[in-house]
Design a protein. Structure first.
Length: 318
């Protein structure tokens, strides 16, 4: 039995791919002939899949499922099976409508196709091999033909794609998604990392720091490039923002905690976590979070102000 009240995109894609998932209690993801504990989806064994169970199953097995599940209609263009952004889109489906997620996915696939075409043409017309940094700059130039570069209030990658306006995070994500498509045939595309500077994100391309397609000198003195989980950290951070704006403080709390598990040295995440504790009226935890933010960056003005406000509340309760 499927719970008719559970309006869950996660549940829908599981049932579409694995129609016997309830009958078998889960999915034999490692093909060993049995459904292991981490492969079970109906956790409470009530014969239904609710939102919480579907998302828990997807989150626990996201890496495998991203390769197995066609994100949208399999008859249309897809990102490669190894592209990290297949499952990163699934993360945002928790806070953004399914239809818009699918629209954003197709926009990204189309954009990557256009960039690849421009790169191929540039390679044909070049007198010699192009450096990776030149390829990245060309990709930004192609992106800017149909997308505006600006500071966005929308934190989600999918939402930015849908409105054709990209900020520092999301424009970097386009390049990283492109790199995932190309690095199998051109290994130099693996030499790209994210750099997180206060309030900003740039790319490190073979030692050159790129910000919206232009050199960024400040990054060299702030932080070394972050590879791998840095993308997940930013996705969790942005999902936390989206949930906070929806006043889903419990959901925002979970997202920020996951971001901090990946990178506990991000002062902005600690500050935002402190704000969530403040909204939940857990003032001592808010003070702890703001204090940790300031231990990382003693001059971080937002955390200074927020800490003062909460301490004032404790000294003079309303």
């Amino acid at each position: 039995m499927i719970d008719p009240q559970a309006n869950s995109y996660a549940r829908d894609i599981l049932l579409q791919k694995y129609p016997k998932i309830l009958e078998e209690g889960g999915v034999d993801l490692n093909n060993d002939g049995t459904v292991q504990v981490n492969e079970k989806v109906d956790a409470n064994k009530d014969g239904q899949i609710d939102n919480e169970e579907a998302w828990a199953f997807l989150n626990a097995n996201r890496g495998v499922l991203a390769r197995e599940i066609d994100f949208v209609n399999p008859n249309v263009a897809q990102l490669s099976r190894d592209n990290r952004f297949r499952h990163l889109f699934l993360m945002e489906a928790e806070v953004y409508p399914k239809e818009k997620i699918e629209e954003a996915y197709q926009i990204l696939v189309k954009l990557i196709g256009e960039i690849k075409h421009s790169l191929e043409e540039a390679e044909r017309n070049s007198l010699g091999p192009l450096r990776l940094v030149d390829k990245v700059k060309l990709a930004y130039s192609e992106m800017n033909k149909t997308f505006e570069f600006s500071d966005q209030e929308n934190p989600l990658f999918s939402e930015n794609l849908c409105v054709h306006s990209l900020d520092c995070d999301t424009s970097s994500f386009v390049i990283l998604a492109l790199a995932d498509e190309l690095k199998a045939s051109d290994p130099q595309w693996a030499n790209i990392g994210l750099v997180v500077v206060p309030g900003h994100t740039v790319l490190c391309v073979e030692g050159t720091y790129i910000d919206f397609g232009f050199p960024h000198k400040q990054a060299e003195t702030i932080m070394t490039p972050l590879y791998g989980d840095a993308i997940h950290e930013i996705f969790y951070f942005n999902i936390g923002l989206a949930k906070r704006w929806k006043r889903d403080y419990a959901g925002a709390l979970t997202a920020y905690q996951k971001a901090l598990e990946i990178n506990p040295m991000n002062e902005a995440t600690w500050n935002n976590l402190g704000y969530i504790h403040y909204r939940l009226k857990d003032y001592q935890k808010a003070i702890t979070a703001y204090t940790l933010s300031l231990e990382i960056n003693p001059t971080y003005r937002k955390a200074q102000i927020n800490l003062f406000i909460v301490q004032d509340l404790q000294n003079y309760p309303q």
